[in-house]
Ligand binder design. Sequence first.
Ligand code: 6PG
Length: 463
Amino acid sequence: SVFDFGMIGLGVMGRNLLLNMADHGFSVIGFDKDSTKTGALESAATAGTTVKGVAELATMVQLLERPRKLMMLVPAGKPVDDVIESLIPLLDKGDVVIDGGNSHYTDTLRRVKYLREKGLHFMGIGVSGGEKGARTGPSIMPGGDKEAYEKVRPMLEAVSAKVNGTPCVAYLGKEGAGHYVKMVHNGIEYSIMQLISETYALLKKEGLSNEQLHETFKKWNDGDLQSFLIEITADIFLQKDDKTSAHLVDVISDKAGSKGTGKWTSQDAMELPVAVPVIDTAVAMRTVSGYKDERVEAAKIYSSSESAPALSVEQIHDALSFGILLSYAQGLAMLTQASKELEMEIPLPEVVKVWRGGCIIRSTLLEVFTRAYVANPTLPNILLSEEIAAIVKQVVGNTRAVVASAAQSGVAAAGIMSALSYFDAYRTARMPTNLVQAQRDYFGAHTYQRIDQPGTFHTVWGE
Ligand code: 6PG
């Protein structure tokens, strides 16, 4: 028999995605050198579905229908190149190879070109939603060869999350666009998580218990903050530790890990350039979280005695709404800019539609963004949309109160503060950067432009 789709790497993501595909009627085959994983795949298959696990790559390739369609879900970096090298001699022209991991888009770009020379289609596809999402419906961000996309489209549409019946997958642009969109998704993911953790600190400072934090986030999730990350945050505050019966969140170390996608977003934003300070801040705060020993020392030296007027839950809610909006605004502006600069032709209306379901940053706000981009697909920044401006105007006042109070009381709220500063700069028609230009010209003859006449000028300053 022949199989519709093959998977290389049967870790939990690979296995779950394959089982999901099988549940939708496709016959699937997975390869992993580890026979416990091939066994786990077969034994987890739903009765009546066609699922096979093999421990030889060549066996899997032989059993695939042509043109072959296969995906790898292996750690980013060298493992992807190793898989590609072992696949090349086994494949035929026209076969489609997908990298579904969190690869850097420049690697994807290089691989697309390399495999194109060999007559093979290579696609970088972002997959979001974690283990559960892979099993029941992830958000899928494909980019690369349009012709290859059409070949795998039925499978991707079948397995993806659905919002009102619409699959959360669409062709998102040329070359490395799929992985680019996933990278920015993760940057936004980092910043929303950072903002939620700041909100947690502020609410705790107002004396909320874990039960009250649970209730608060649950209520927020029933309102305009409805989103996956708020929903799981509400759950987290209820979880008890098996060992100590304490709240689990209270015994978890505050050192945050990361695998690099947030950092990539910031690095690439600097490169373009485009300003994504809330994402930069989120990356930096994970780094600061790692300075545990120093922070313990510094806490003794700078023990906090500051105080500020109490904040209401409503004010903190609004600051979080504001910060989250600004995170999306910065990430989406980055995609818009990158699409132009790197000639990826990323369709922004499709991106926000794909993000509505299945992914980590899914939220009801994405419906608002979808409307904004459908109305104006070339919107440089969603802050310029009238509907979004109306939301921002509602919450910015309380955001200022929260930022002022956090500053006075010594609570680190760098994400919210940076969102507000970005906003204030963005809505300033004349920034004070005329002074920067004057300084540059003063010490380095870097020249400047004037507001009252065209041309380039230099002054011999101080004479
Ligand atoms: C997703 C997640 C997923 C993963 C990140 C976490 O969309 O499903 O983004 O890709 O959880 O890699 O990244 P960090 O380990 O860097 O936090």
